[in-house]
Ligand binder design. Structure first.
Ligand code: PMP
Length: 305
């Protein structure tokens, strides 16, 4: 069963998690007019008074931008401050996933974003491996990734996740672990909640930001890390058949971290994944605060002064 952290941030204050509840008439519940974030928080193994957050500045910026796309305002500073108070109240002792959420909190009908109240909440949940670290099988979805002209894809907008949900369940029901979605131009976009990378002839390739992807923070970090390590990178349109002949294919995301793809449709991929393994090992060390060269990617939240 789900293990939630004991306190939530709700209505501008800390409340016991079971008391953080909403009305059935909440606008966002009906229209998908919310936007969320997702961050991993790790207790520092070397310091019990400290929680490590991977790229908290990027996460706060994306959430603040998502709020702007919903025509409301949520400052990065307010996000950081609420997260700090949230962590200090909960004092997690195991790795947790934080879910900040900005949403239209008014009651009643009529889809709109004007003349409406919004609110911001955070809750936390224990999260182990979202996908098997040994590798996943993927189906090419019959669902197409949305287009930026019909939905603001730079934000993590709740309503957009209907497509992810349909694609994930379609994959699951047909015996696969995960779905890969093509965009409306027939190019590879991303998985249901992860960005996609492939390696061909030593070059690390990922669909560009013009391919209707969510601009993943793990994706940006993997690209930056690869460049620093001298691995050639390319952001470009990817065709479906390239995936079948790639040397390596893997997915990245906050929940999934770096997850190898072992099969796509009926094609088994090679199990030798030197580029992915190098990047994954380094990223793990960074997120755990063990890599001083990338210490600026880690925010350290003190639980008490
Ligand atoms: N694409 C989608 C649709 C997602 O929901 C996520 C998870 N946030 C990602 C990609 C990966 O983004 P990130 O690395 O920032 O978690």
């Amino acid at each position: 069963m789900h293990q939630f952290l004991p306190f939530a941030w709700f209505g501008g204050q800390i409340v016991p998690f079971p008391e953080a509840t909403l009305s059935v008439a909440t606008h966002a519940l009906h229209y998908g007019t919310g936007a969320f974030g997702g961050m991993r928080a790790l207790p520092n193994p070397a310091d019990a008074n400290e929680i490590l957050l991977f790229r908290a500045d990027r996460h706060a910026r994306r959430l603040s931008q998502s709020a702007r796309l919903l025509l409301t305002e949520l400052s990065e500073q307010r996000i950081h401050e609420s997260i700090r108070l949230f962590l200090q109240a909960n004092r997690p002792t195991t790795p947790v996933y934080l879910r900040p959420f900005v949403y239209t909190s008014d009651l009643g009908i009529a889809p709109r974003l004007h003349d409406i109240q919004t609110d911001f909440l955070i809750y936390g949940i224990e999260l182990g491996d979202y996908l098997s670290p040994d590798g996943v099988s993927c189906r090419i979805s019959s669902w197409t990734r949305q287009e930026d002209r019909s939905l603001p894809l730079r934000g993590k907008i709740s309503g957009a996740y209907i497509t992810s949900s349909l694609a994930k369940t379609e994959a699951f029901k047909s015996g696969f672990d995960e779905a890969l979605l093509l965009n409306s131009r027939g190019k590879v976009s991303e998985a249901s909640g992860m960005n996609l990378f492939m390696v061909r002839d030593g070059v690390l390739i990922t669909p560009g930001v013009d391919q209707d992807i969510l601009e993943g923070i793990t994706r940006a970090s993997v690209l930056e890390l690869a460049r620093d390590l001298g691995i050639p990178t390319l952001e470009r349109a990817v065709d479906k058949t390239e995936l079948f002949v790639a040397d390596e294919v893997f997915l990245t995301g906050t929940a999934a971290r770096v997850t190898p793809v072992r099969r796509i449709e009926s094609t088994d991929l090679a199990t030798d994944r030197p580029v992915m393994e190098r990047l994954r090992d380094r990223l793990t060390a960074i997120t755990e605060g063990r890599d001083s060269a990338y210490d600026h990617w880690v925010t350290r939240v003190r639980l008490s002064d």
